[in-house]
Design a protein around this ligand. Structure first.
Ligand code: PRX
Length: 653
């Protein structure tokens, strides 16, 4: 374990504060006492199949009912076998049939201040029109469609249109580079890309279509590209390949029969970083994922018809998939959707939005909370946030100081905070307080949700004792779990199921306290978490080494006040003297290879990297150096001791 994570442990170990929900919150909560939570939890885990069978029957619409709840052939799970449904039906048609078509689905706000309100009926119409448009371009069930868009309503509409016709979407976050898009297009063998001419971010038009054009030069499987006109920037259109969204849908009907999908048909793939270089396409399927996203949304956010829910994530991440599109929309929630940056045109944009739409539930990330703290309380104090009743946090651990600020300044001391632990692979939230039932402790994701059996294990696969850290595993299958890695079954087995037999390995360390609360203690692998987003050190290193000047590179995370972790890299050069302009060139190179979020914050040139005698880079030492800590760790396996001194003295080179 790194010193960095033990630092976090020391910090949270002192944390003994407890925050029960207020009586007012509890009285209206769906699950309103700890005893009710415990009863539900025990009932769920004592008969996992029976529990999910009831849930699935009650909470999804089935075209054909399923006849078998679970087939568990480790590590391959199949849920709700024999059943057929359609996720877009559950998100749209179900509400219209229930007479709730006029409910607002989205209050959308663009960064420049433009606004749109869309009801479920209107979203339905747009989804059907676009689904028909996709069909016209030859897209059929099972085809892969990449989506690279800004946060406009057409992004969820595009996802739901794919779901409607059974096409498998792969959403690529709008900050990724052309290289990253073409890698994903090629891995998924995508036949179509949906994008926009641009999107607004801090007043600038990000020209997404230009990036896609670059990517398409290296994406031989892509035959068509649909372009939404968002910023009107005269994007070049290639005749025959490119189609304007508005022209594509102009004459399409507002009805499109939903494709009948088997429970285990793939709904989407979403690429995420692992501990090796190549991003992996996490594969989620139809019924299990849909049920899990819906129910976890309802449980964790204590969702009521009267709520206005705002998840500030981008649909390009799993949080946007599960808690903007599939969970909340299956539950018929009314949501706020915002396109741009939290500090545009000023640092109070989020608070202004909350006041305008009377948001009741806010779900955001610790990195944003730390930025708000830095920007100052005055931006918050300008606005009336009394509509808020519940707050959520996701993406990384929230440190107790940030938790307290969120609780007091944003929640006015009256809103529980759901610190939700989960992963792209888990499909939905796995651990979180149920806000009316489980007291919060700042920095702890508290308890598992119904049906989830976490366990922290030592290297001998024995459960660790109270307050001891261990590898966090999940002992039983759950409906939202990933079904595999697209096109790489060996990696699926290797990554998640090999180290501990019969258990899903999360890659996180965790400990359990005397109350049975879980505390996440950081990663066990070489994954870094920058602003709540996963990057593998090897991805950054591979990008650097692909630059002609670089011989070898090592990337590590170092603590950062706002981003959680920043990226520090140590680089050895081929026959070249280091200089400042090379640093800029390397940053640009990484931006081009992966995207802005992987650009290193610190670059240090070094003649050699510290290695073990077997040639492994000693990242622990590099982490200490990057964090400005004198290396206190064990250096007995270090090959060349002089390297360390050189590295420490090398700060400004
Ligand atoms: O290390 C954990 C951290 O983020 C990882 C999952 O990243 P990703 O798949 O990108 O999904 C992020 C959004 C669900 C986890 O393995 N993580 C996420 N949420 C928390 C967290 N660490 C501590 N506390 C959390 N609440």
């Amino acid at each position: 374990m790194s010193d960095q994570s033990s630092g976090q442990i020391a910090n949270v170990l002192n944390e003994t504060r407890r925050f029960p929900p207020s009586d007012a919150f509890r009285q209206n909560a769906l699950i309103s006492s700890f005893a009710d939570y415990e009863r539900l939890y025990h009932e769920s885990v004592s008969d996992i199949e029976g529990f999910w069978q009831r849930e699935a029957r009650e909470h999804l619409h089935w075209f054909t009912p399923f006849d078998k709840t679970l087939e568990w052939d480790v590590p391959y799970a199949k849920w709700f076998l024999g059943g057929t449904t359609n996720v877009s039906y559950n998100c749209l048609d179900a509400h219209i049939h229930a007479g709730r078509g006029d409910r607002v689905a989205f209050f959308w706000e663009g960064e420049p201040g433009d606004r749109r309100v869309l009801t479920y009926r209107q979203v339905y119409d747009e989804v059907c029109k676009f689904a028909n448009g996709l069909k016209k371009l030859g897209i059929r069930k099972g085809d892969r469609v990449s989506i690279y868009m800004p946060m406009v309503p057409e992004l969820p509409i595009a996802m739901l249109a794919c779901a409607r016709i059974g096409a498998i979407h792969s959403v690529v976050f709008g900050g990724f580079s052309a290289e990253a898009i073409s890698d994903r297009n090629n891995d998924a063998q995508a036949s179509l890309v949906i994008t926009a001419d641009g999107g607004w971010r801090r007043g600038k038009d990000l020209k997404l279509k230009e990036t896609v054009d670059e990517a398409l030069k290296k994406s031989p499987t892509v035959k068509h590209c649909v372009v939404l006109n968002r910023t009107n920037n005269n994007a070049p259109m290639q005749c025959g390949r490119d189609h304007w969204w508005h022209e594509l849908v102009a004459n399409e009907a507002t009805e499109c029969a939903p494709e009948v999908m088997d429970s285990e048909d793939t709904l989407f793939i979403l690429y995420t970083s692992g501990s090796t270089g190549k991003p992996k396409g996490i594969r989620h399927t139809t019924a299990g994922y849909n049920l899990y996203a819906k129910r976890t949304f309802q449980w964790v956010f204590d969702h009521k018809e009267s709520d206005i829910f705002w998840c500030t994530a981008d649909c390009g991440w799993i949080t946007g998939h599960s808690y903007i599109v599939y969970g909340p929309m299956s539950a018929g929630a009314t949501q706020v959707l915002y396109e741009g940056a939290p500090n545009w045109p000023a640092e109070d944009r989020f608070w202004e939005i909350i006041e305008r739409y009377k948001v009741t539930i806010l779900y955001t990330a610790p990195t944003a909370i730390r930025a708000f703290i830095k920007w100052g309380d005055e931006h918050v104090e300008k606005h009336d946030l009394s509509s808020l009743r519940l707050l959520g946090s996701v993406g990384e651990g929230i440190n107790p100081e940030a938790w307290m600020w969120y609780y007091e300044k944003i929640g006015g001391g009256r809103c529980p905070i759901v610190d939700t632990w989960w992963q792209t692979e888990t499909g939905g939230i796995m651990m979180s307080p149920l806000p009316g039932a489980v007291d919060c402790k700042p920095g702890s994701c508290t308890r598992p949700l119904p049906g989830i059996v976490p366990v922290a294990l030592d290297d001998h696969h024995r459960e660790v004792g109270e307050q001891q850290g261990g590898m966090l595993c999940i002992a039983k299958p759950w409906p939202g779990m990933l079904r595999g890695i697209w096109g790489d079954d060996a990696r699926y087995v290797e990554q998640y199921w090999k180290r501990v037999p019969n258990h899903y390995l999360t890659g996180d360390n965790a400990r359990k306290d005397e109350d049975g609360y879980y505390w996440i203690m950081g990663r066990i692998d070489d994954v870094i978490n920058v602003s709540g987003h996963r990057l593998s050190t090897i991805e950054v290193e591979s990008a650097l080494v692909s630059h002609p000047a670089v011989a070898e590179a090592a990337a590590v995370g170092r603590p950062d006040e706002i981003k959680g972790q920043a990226i520090a890299v140590f680089v050895t050069l081929r026959n070249q003297e280091p200089n400042e302009s090379l640093k800029d060139a390397l940053k640009k190179h990484v931006r081009k290879e992966i995207g802005a979020l992987a650009v290193p914050d610190d670059i240090r040139f070094t003649a050699v990297l510290p290695k073990t005698r077997s040639g492994k880079i000693m990242r622990r030492l590099l982490r200490d150096i990057a964090a400005g800590k004198e290396g206190t760790g064990d250096t007995s396996t270090l090959e060349d001791f002089s390297v360390l001194a050189k590295l420490r003295g090398d700060e400004e080179s």
